[in-house]
Design a protein around this ligand. Sequence first.
Ligand SMILES: C[S@@+](CC[C@H](N)C(=O)[O-])C[C@H]1O[C@@H](n2cnc3c(N)ncnc32)[C@H](O)[C@@H]1O
Length: 248
Amino acid sequence: MAIVGAGPGAPDLLTMRAHERIKMAQVLVWADSLVSPHIAALAPGDCERIPTRSLTLEAVMEVMLERVRTGKRVVRLHDGDPCLYGALHEQICRLAEAGVQVEVVPGVSAYQATAAALGQELTIPGVVQTIVLTRAPGRTGTPEREALGRIAALQASLCLYLSARHVHGVQEELLLHYPAETPVAIAFRISWPDERLLMTTLAAMAATTVEHKLVRTTLYLISPALAANPGYRSRLYAPSHTHLFRGG
Ligand SMILES: C[S@@+](CC[C@H](N)C(=O)[O-])C[C@H]1O[C@@H](n2cnc3c(N)ncnc32)[C@H](O)[C@@H]1O
C-alpha cells in the first residue's frame, strides 16, 4: 500500500508519482477535510473512496488493514507532505506491526506552496539561512525544549502550521525575539480556488487573523526574508563565485 502526499490543494501540484498511485488505487482512504475532492476524483470510477474526517485512527487502521488483507491496492491520501503533521508515524508503526509494507510518496507542503505563491525565497544569504517548521502547542502540545520563545530566538524563516486558533499567544511569544515590523504572510487554503494570501507585520498578525476570521487551514510564514531587498544578488550565481559546475 502507499501513503501519498496530495500537496496543498490544487490537483496540478500533485507529483507525477502521487498521480500515478491515485490512478491505480482500488481503495482510497483520504483526509477529506484537507484534500481536494478533485484529487480524490482522479481515482478510477470503481475505486472505493473512504473519507476519514470523522474516523478515529483505530477505525482508519481497521479499514486499511482489512482492504490490504483482501489484496486491494490501498492508497492513504494525506494533504501536503505526509511527513508533516499527518499522523504518519502512528500509521506506519501499526502497518509494520501487521507486516504490511508501505511506500511513502512525498507531496508539496503548505509552506512551499505559500513561498511559491509569494514568489519568495526563504533562505536569502546574508539575511536568513534557516527554516523552522513548527506549530503552536495547542491540545497536542510540543516538547518544552521546542517552546516557541526558544525557537523564535533564532529569527529564522518560521513556518507555523495549525496555529491560527492560538495566534494571540503566538504573536506575544514571537514579539519577544523578532522585531514588531517583521513581515508575516498569512496563507489560507493556498492553491485552492478560495485561497487568501495576506501580508502583514508581526505586530498585526493576530488582529489580521481575527479580522479575516481565519481559523482553519491557515499557515503563517514569519520571516526577515520577506522584507529583503529585491535587488540582492546571491554569490552562487555571481561571476566571482566558482564551483564544481562553473570553473574559475
Ligand atoms: C494536519 S496539518 C498537515 C500539513 C501537511 N501535511 C503539509 O505538509 O502541508 C494541516 C495544517 O497544514 C496547513 N495547511 C495545509 N494545507 C494548507 C493550505 N492549502 N494553505 C494553508 N495552510 C495549509 C495549515 O496550517 C493546516 O492547519
